[in-house]
Write a protein that binds this ligand. Structure first.
Ligand code: ADP
Ligand code: MG
Length: 627
C-alpha cells in the first residue's frame, strides 16, 4: 500500500495553527504531554495483558526512552505500550473526538496563547509537540498485530500515513525541532523538565546517553504508594494535573493508606475549578482504580457515590484480584467498603475545612454544592451530615449561611426552617410571599439549584426542625414573634388600614365565583405587605417551583390550581372590596379578578392562562383609567 495523505479535521487544523504560532513561553509542556500519553499507553497494555498474556511478547519491562540526536536536531520518545494501528493513528491523531473540545478550540484566540497550557485537559495534548517540532513522525505497532505504521505531519492541514517496519510493539515519536528550540537537545534541560512534570509517573523515563549509557530521570514509583512525608506539595500538584487532566490547583488533597481488614491506598483531590463534565449524566466518577499499582479502569462508578463525582485521583486496592474484569466490579463487596471509606474520609475532610477555613469552604460550596446536595436527596445515610455541610443564600444575610447559623437566629415561636425556591436569587428576593417574613425579620433560605426542589420534596428535617416553603400553606407567621418595627419606628411609615372584614369577605366570595376552577381557594393573606396578591400552594400540594420544573421537563402534565391570597391593606384590594358590595359587582369586577390572578401568575414566572384575553382585559382597564 502506498502512503496516503489525509486532511486533519477542521478543529485540529485550527488548533495546530494556534499552537505553532503562539508565543507560549512554557513550550516544555510538550514533553509532559508525550510522556503522559506513553504512560497511558503502558497502562492500557498492562490491563489488556491481564486477559491476553500473549501481548507481552517477551517484553514486560515497560518504560519510556528518550534519545537526543544533536547532529540531526531531533528528540525521540519511545514507549513499549499498547501502540496504535492505522485506524487508531488516523482517529487519535487526526481528529478530536472528545466533547467540549470544539468549543475550547473555537474559544482559543491567537493572542491568548496562555490558554494553550490547558491543552492536555481537552484531550489534545499530542498536538503540543508542534510547538517545538516543525515535523513529527510517529511509528507505531499495536500490541498483538504484525504490521507497523508510519504517520508524519508538519502540522499544517494534512498528515501522511503508510506501512513501515518496527521490531517491537509500541510507539516511537520523532520530533524534528524547529529553528531556535535547541535547548531541548540538552540532556540537562530534559532532566529538569521530567523532574518537574513527570516525576510522579510510575513508569521509568529513561534517557539514553550518547555513550549508550542509560539514566532514569524520574522517581518512577507510584506517587500514592510513597509515604506522605516524602511527597512535596509540588509533586501532589503535578500528579493532580496528570490524573485529572486539569490545570487548576487542587483545593484539597487527601492521601491515605489503610491496612488490616481492608488494604488500600488513596490519593484524592478536590479540584478548585469545576471540571467541565460535572453535570454530564454519563460521567459518574473519574477516579482511577488500580490493583497493586496496575491500572484497571477510570470508569468505575462503584468507587464513589455520584454526589462525590467531582473527586479526582487514584484508588489502589490490594484486595481485588489482578485479573478483575469490569463486570466483576459491579456490586463487588470490596468496592462497596472502599466506597464507604472514601465517603467517610471525604466528608470528614470537608467538615474540617468548613470549620477551619470558612472562606475557602464557601468557594468549594459555590463550585460543588449543587452536586453534594444530590446526596441529601438520594443518600439517606449521609443526609444529616450533608445538611450540616450545606450552605445557603438567605433573605437576611449576604454570603453563605449554614443551617446551624439559621437555627441560632430563629425567632421566638418559629419552629420551621423557611425556604423559597426559584430561578435566581435576585428574583426570589422580590417574591411577594417573602414580604411578611421580611417585615418580621424572619430569615428565609433562597434556593436556586434544580436539585433543591427534589431534596426538599423528600421532606427532611434538620435537628428536628422541618423545612417549610413560604409559598405553601398558611405560613404560620402569626405565631412568630418577629421584630415588628416598634411604634416609634413605624411613626413615619404609617401601615395602611386594612379593609373592613365584612367587605373583604364579600370580595373573597366574589373572586371565588369569578375565578371558579382556576383557583383552589381565595383568602386573606398574612404574608403580604406591599403586593396586592400572590399565589401559594395548598398544604398537600406539590411545591409551585418543583411543579413548573417538572412541567418544563415534560414529567408532569397538568397544572395544580393554587390558592390566591389577597392583601387587605393594598389600595387595589380595598377599592375592589368597596365595589364588591354594590349591585352588578360580579360583572364590573370580572376583568379585575382575572387580571389579579394573571399578575400573580406572572410574578411566579408563569404565563397568563390566556395571553390574548389577558392583553385585551389589560387594554380595557388601562383605557378606562385614562378616560
Ligand atoms: P489524550 O491523551 O488526552 O487522549 P492526546 O492528544 O494527548 O489526548 O492523545 C490523543 C490520543 O492518541 C490518545 O488518547 C491515545 O489514544 C493516542 N496516543 C497518543 N500517544 C500515544 C502513545 N504513545 N501510544 C498509544 N496511543 C497514543
Ligand atoms: Mg494526552
Amino acid at each position: 500500500m502506498t502512503d496516503q495523505t489525509m486532511q486533519f479535521q477542521a478543529e485540529v487544523a485550527r488548533l495546530l495553527h494556534i499552537v505553532t504560532h503562539s508565543l507560549y513561553s512554557q513550550k516544555e509542556i510538550f514533553l509532559r504531554e508525550l510522556i503522559s500519553n506513553a504512560s497511558d499507553a503502558c497502562d492500557k497494555l498492562r490491563f489488556a495483558a491481564q486477559t491476553d498474556s500473549g501481548l507481552w511478547d517477551g517484553d514486560s519491562d515497560l518504560k519510556v526512552m528518550l534519545r537526543i540526536d544533536k547532529a540531526a536536531r531531533t528528540i525521540t520518545l519511545t514507549d513499549n505500550g499498547i501502540g496504535m494501528n492505522r485506524d487508531e493513528l488516523i482517529a487519535n491523531l487526526g481528529t478530536i473526538a472528545r466533547s467540549g473540545t470544539g468549543e475550547f478550540v473555537a474559544g482559543l484566540q491567537d493572542d491568548n496563547a496562555k490558554d494553550v497550557s490547558l491543552i492536555g485537559q481537552f484531550g489534545v495534548g499530542f498536538y503540543s509537540a508542534f510547538m517545538v517540532a516543525g515535523k513529527v513522525e510517529v511509528t507505531s505497532r499495536r500490541a498483538g498485530e504484525a504490521q507497523a505504521w508510519h504517520w508524519v505531519s508538519d502540522g499544517t492541514g494534512s498528515f501522511t500515513i503508510g506501512e513501515t517496519d518496527k521490531p517491537g510493539r509500541g510507539t516511537s515519536i520523532l520530533l524534528h525541532l524547529r529553528e531556535g528550540e535547541d535547548e531541548f537537545l540538552e540532556a540537562d534541560r530534559l532532566r529538569g523538565i521530567v523532574k518537574t512534570y513527570s516525576d510522579h509517573i510510575a513508569l521509568p523515563v529513561v534517557l539514553q546517553l550518547e555513550d549508550d549509557k542509560e539514566e532514569t530521570l524520574n522517581a518512577a514509583s507510584a506517587l500514592w504508594s510513597r509515604a506522605k512525608s516524602e511527597v512535596t506539595e509540588e509533586q501532589y500538584k503535578a500528579f493532580y494535573h496528570h490524573v485529572a487532566h486539569a490545570f487548576d490547583d487542587p483545593w484539597a488533597t487527601l492521601h491515605a493508606r489503610a491496612e488490616g481488614k481492608l488494604d488500600y491506598s488513596l490519593l484524592l483531590f478536590v479540584p478548585s475549578q469545576p471540571p467541565r463534565d460535572l453535570f454530564d449524566p454519563a460521567r459518574k466518577s473519574a477516579l482511577r482504580l488500580y490493583v497493586r499499582r496496575i491500572f484497571i479502569t477510570d470508569r468505575c462508578d462503584e468507587l464513589v457515590p455520584a454526589w462525590l463525582r467531582f473527586l479526582r485521583g487514584v484508588v489502589d486496592s490490594a484486595d481485588l484480584p489482578l485479573n478483575v474484569s469490569r463486570e466483576m466490579l459491579q456490586n463487588n463487596p470490596v468496592l462497596t467498603r472502599i466506597r464507604q471509606a472514601i465517603t467517610r474520609r471525604v466528608l470528614g475532610e470537608l467538615e474540617r475545612k468548613a470549620a477551619n477555613e470558612a472562606e475557602s469552604y464557601a468557594d468549594f460550596w459555590q463550585n460543588f454544592g449543587a452536586v453534594l446536595k444530590e446526596g441529601i436527596y438520594e443518600d439517606f445515610e449521609h443526609r444529616q451530615q450533608l445538611l450540616k455541610l450545606a450552605r445557603f443564600r438567605s433573605s437576611e444575610h449576604d454570603g453563605w449561611v449554614s443551617l446551624a447559623d439559621y437555627i441560632a437566629r430563629m425567632k421566638p415561636g418559629q419552629n420551621a426552617i423557611y425556604t423559597i425556591n426559584g430561578d435566581s436569587i435576585e428574583g426570589l428576593k422580590r417574591s411577594p410571599q417573602l414580604e411578611g417574613f421580611r417585615a418580621k425579620g424572619v430569615e428565609v433560605l433562597l434556593l436556586t439549584d434544580a436539585v433543591d426542589d427534589f431534596w426538599l420534596a423528600s421532606a427532611p428535617d434538620f435537628e428536628g426542625k422541618p423545612f417549610r416553603s413560604v409559598t405553601r400553606g398558611g405560613a404560620d407567621l402569626d405565631a412568630i414573634q418577629g421584630e415588628e418595627k416598634s411604634e416609634t419606628d413605624k411613626a413615619g411609615e404609617d401601615k395602611p388600614e386594612a379593609v373592613e372584614g365584612a367587605a373583604l369577605g364579600t370580595l373573597v366570595a366574589l373572586l371565588k365565583t369569578v375565578l371558579g376552577e382556576r383557583v383552589r381557594d381565595v383568602r386573606e393573606s398574612k404574608r403580604l405587605t406591599d403586593s396586592a396578591c400572590c399565589l401559594v400552594a395548598g398544604d398537600g400540594d406539590m411545591d409551585m417551583h418543583l411543579e413548573r420544573l417538572l412541567r418544563l421537563n415534560k414529567q408532569f402534565a397538568q397544572e395544580t390550581p393554587r390558592i390566591l391570597e389577597i392583601n387587605p391593606r393594598h389600595p387595589l384590594i380595598k377599592g375592589m372590596a368597596e365595589r364588591a358590595g354594590q349591585s352588578g359587582a360580579a360583572d364590573a369586577l370580572r376583568d379585575n379578578a382575572l387580571l389579579l390572578l394573571d399578575q400573580a401568575r406572572i410574578v411566579e414566572g408563569e404565563p397568563p392562562a390566556d395571553p390574548q384575553a389577558f392583553a385585551q382585559r389589560l387594554a380595557k382597564v388601562m383605557a378606562a383609567g385614562i378616560i
